[in-house]
Design a binder for this molecule. Structure first.
Ligand code: UDX
Length: 443
C-alpha cells in the first residue's frame, strides 16, 4: 500500500519505518526541512535502538522517502497517518492545533478514496472532529462529491521509547477502530505481516482503550509505590511483596517496580487527560486523582528522606545518576529525574549529574548549579550523597570501589531500587532504596 505519514517524531518515524519494512511504500512528511534533510541522509533525529539500521535499509530498498510537501505526495496515498505532536497546554489539555492543521491541509488536497488514521494521542472524540475538518476543507476546495471517499480509522500506538521498533513488530495486540467493514479491511491490510491478535471496535472504544491501558499501568505503579511507603513504615520489603503479589496470574508481575514514580510523555499526560475527559462529562474519577497525587508526592517523599539525613541540601554536593525519564532512552520529557535535579538545585545543592544518553537533551532544562559529568564515577567526586533516579542497567556495572573512593560520604539513595541486590553495604556504603527494608533495619 502507499502510505503517507505526517510527522517524523518518535511515533511517526518508528511506525513509518515499521510499515515500510512490512512491505508498504511510505512517504514521511514533516514541515521541518532540517529534519527531512537529515532523514534523507539516513540520520535519525533522536536516539532509538533499531531506527538507524532500519532507516538505512529502507532508504536503500527505496521503500521510504522524506519530503516537506504534503501536496506532492498525497494523491498517491491509500492511507494517511497523522503523527504530529500534541504537546500539553498550560491547563494540561493536549494542544490539538497541529493535528487540526494537518486535517485542514489534507482536506484541501484530498479527492480520492483514502483512510485517515490519527496516531497522535488525542482525546476521545478527536478522530471524528478530524474527519469533519477534512470534509469541510474538501467542500471549501470545491470537492463536495468526494467527501464520502475519505474514512477515518483509529489505531492507537503502544510504542515505548527505547523499544519502539520491537513494540512495532511484536505488539501484544493491535486495536482497530472503524465505522465500516471496508475501513476495517484496509486497516487489516495495513497490518498484514504482524503476528498479533487484532481487536475490532468502534472508533470511540479504540480511542478510550489507549487511555485506559496507560491509566491502568500508571495505577499499578502508584499502587506499588503506596505499598512501598507502607513497607517503609512496617519494616517490609516491597520487592518481596511485589514478587508475591505478581505471581497471581490475575495480577501479573509487570509494572510493580516501586520508586520515585512514573514520568515520560505518556503516562502523566494520558492519566491527566483521561481524568479531564471524564470531568468534562460530569464524572469525577476519584481513582485517577489518587494515582496522580501519589505519583507527584512520591519524588518529594524520596527527597525529604535524603534532606533529613543530610541536615538540608544547602551547600551539599549531590551526585545524580540519570536524567532520562526512564532507562534506555535519551527522552527527558516529563522526566522526574530532571524535576529532582531542579528541586535539588533550588534548595541550594550543587548537583553533579550523569546520564548515558540524555545529557544533550537535558541541558536546556537544567539550572546553572547542575553540572554535567562525563562518567557516572566522575559525578561522585566529593559527593555527600549519590541519588539514583533513572533505571539505566549500566549503573549496575559501575565500579562501586571507585565510587566509594570519590565520595566524601558514601551514601546511596536509590530511587529506582536498581542496585538493591548488589549488597552495597558490604562495600562500605549506607544504602537506601524505596520501600526496601533489610532484615533487622529500616530503610
Ligand atoms: C508507556 C507505555 O508502556 C506504552 O505502552 C505507551 O504507548 C507509552 O507509554 P513509556 O512511557 O515509554 O511507555 O515507558 P514505560 O516503560 O511504560 O515507563 C513509564 C514510566 O513509569 C517511567 O518513568 C518508568 O520509570 C516508570 N515505571 C515503569 C515505574 O516507576 N515502575 C514500573 O514498574 C514501570
Amino acid at each position: 500500500m502507499n502510505i503517507v505519514m505526517v510527522g517524523t517524531g518518535y511515533v511517526g518515524l518508528a511506525s513509518g519505518l515499521g510499515f515500510a519494512k512490512l512491505g508498504h511504500r511510505v512517504v514521511c512528511v514533516d514541515i521541518d526541512a532540517s529534519k527531512i534533510a537529515k532523514l534523507e541522509l539516513g540520520e535519525p533525529t533522536f536516539f532509538e535502538p533499531g531506527v538507524p539500521e532500519t532507516l538505512k535499509e529502507m532508504l536503500e530498498a527505496g521503500r521510504i522517502m522524506f519530503t516537506t510537501s504534503l501536496k506532492d505526495v498525497v494523491d498517491e496515498a491509500q492511507v494517511v497517518i497523522i503523527a504530529v505532536g500534541t504537546p500539553p497546554l498550560p491547563n494540561g489539555q493536549a494542544d490539538l492545533s497541529f493535528v487540526y492543521k494537518v486535517a485542514e491541509d489534507l482536506g484541501a488536497l484530498l479527492r480520492h478514496d483514502c483512510v485517515v488514521i490519527v496516531k497522535s494521542t488525542v482525546p476521545v472524540g478527536t478522530n471524528r472532529i478530524v474527519l469533519e475538518k477534512i470534509q469541510r476543507a474538501m467542500q471549501e476546495a470545491g470537492h463536495d462529491e468526494a467527501t464520502s471517499r475519505v474514512r477515518i480509522g483509529s489505531v492507537p500506538e503502544f510504542l515505548r521509547p527505547g523499544y519502539a521498533m520491537e513494540d512495532f513488530f511484536h505488539p501484544a495486540r493491535i486495536i482497530l477502530g472503524a465505522d465500516d467493514e471496508e475501513t476495517f479491511s484496509v486497516l487489516d491490510r495495513l497490518h498484514a505481516g504482524l503476528e498479533a491478535p487484532r481487536v475490532r471496535m468502534s472508533i470511540e472504544s479504540a480511542e478510550l482503550t489507549k487511555y485506559a491501558a496507560n491509566a491502568l499501568l500508571a495505577t499499578k505503579i502508584s499502587f506499588i509505590n503506596e505499598i512501598a511507603n507502607i513497607a517503609d513504615e512496617v519494616g517490609a520489603d516491597v520487592r518481596e511483596v511485589a514478587q508475591g503479589v505478581g505471581m497471581d496470574p490475575r495480577l501479573g508481575p509487570h509494572f510493580l517496580n516501586a520508586g520515585i514514580g512514573f514520568g515520560g510523555m505518556c503516562f502523566p499526560k494520558d492519566v491527566s487527560a483521561l481524568h479531564q475527559i471524564a470531568g468534562t462529562k460530569g464524572y469525577e474519577c476519584k481513582l485517577l486523582s489518587a494515582v496522580i497525587e501519589v505519583n507527584s508526592r512520591q519524588r518529594e517523599r524520596f527527597l525529604r528522606k535524603v534532606e533529613h539525613d543530610l541536615n538540608g541540601f544547602k551547600g551539599k554536593r549531590i551526585a545524580l545518576w540519570g536524567l532520562a525519564f526512564k532507562g534506555g532512552t535519551d527522552d527527558v520529557r516529563g522526566s522526574i529525574s530532571i524535576d529532582i535535579a531542579q528541586r535539588l538545585a533550588g534548595r541550594g545543592a550543587d548537583v553533579y549529574a550523569f546520564d548515558p544518553k540524555a545529557m544533550d537533551r537535558a541541558k536546556a532544562y537544567l539550572p546553572e548549579n547542575v553540572k554535567l559529568c562525563s562518567t557516572a564515577v566522575d559525578a561522585c567526586e566529593g559527593a555527600d550523597a549519590l541519588l539514583v533516579v533513572t533505571e539505566w542497567p549500566e549503573f549496575r556495572e559501575v565500579s562501586f570501589e571507585a565510587v566509594r573512593e570519590r565520595m566524601i560520604d558514601p551514601r546511596i539513595y536509590d530511587g529506582r531500587n536498581l542496585l538493591t541486590d548488589l549488597e552495597l553495604e558490604k562495600k562500605g556504603f549506607s544504602y537506601k532504596g524505596v520501600g526496601v527494608c533489610r532484615p533487622g533495619r529500616h530503610s
